[in-house]
Ligand binder design. Sequence first.
Ligand SMILES: O=C(O)CCC(=O)C(=O)O
Length: 254
Amino acid sequence: MRLTDRQCNALREDGFLLLPSLFTPAEVELLRGAAESLVTTKGEHVIAEDDSPHVKMVFGAHFDHDLFARLVRHPALLHPVEQALGESAHVFQSRLNVKTAFAGGGWPWHQDFNQWYRQDGMRTPRAAIVGVFLDDVNPCNGPLMMIPRSHKRGHILVPDNMDIPLDVVTAAANEHGIVPLMGSAGSAILFDSLVIHGSAPNVSPWQRRIFYLNYVAASCSDLQPLRAKHHCDVDVRPLTALPDDCLSGWKATA
Ligand SMILES: O=C(O)CCC(=O)C(=O)O
């Protein structure tokens, strides 16, 4: 799949794009099955919610599970990312964000690039994020919220943590509003690493799992992470796309 000129313009202008129903229900079922096994794994790559034992995030699934390794190279994701970055790309981090029903925490307003600048040595924001919805995302289960055009403000350096000062968020939101990204399971989102975004806790009875793939331009040579490989893989090599049926052709024994 390739983005149309209109979609490329929307991504450039707004900083994000929703790609509805990119994956079939059968592909979503496979991804959900893999996600269910991921959350039972133990180790430093698994992060719990602050105030409960529920899993909040699982990092690095593309190293550990062949289905997610395939997802990283799925043409419906990789080609749009290459269009967005204008060159080949590499996934330096993946993570499953679980947002459990009644228990999943929210995310403060932030730019992803700020984390990668502070912790991974990334110096230029030549990176894009893809999120694949593993569950229906609705107004109640904590959708990701974007401030359109906020990437045009450039990198807002927050040296000590991720939260963007609230006066900056207020100014950006008053100018361009806030858009929640919602859709059925199998939909995907693509966004710029400088877009200001955040999300509310999940107080609904419906879990909201999104699998994020963080792509960096293959020309990036400045990664010097302060953290483990499952947070930042420095072996930046151009990825090549797999066939369209790379997920549906996957077998548990593969
Ligand atoms: O999944 C969410 O609700 C927010 C995740 C996010 O912004 C992040 O992981 O940087």
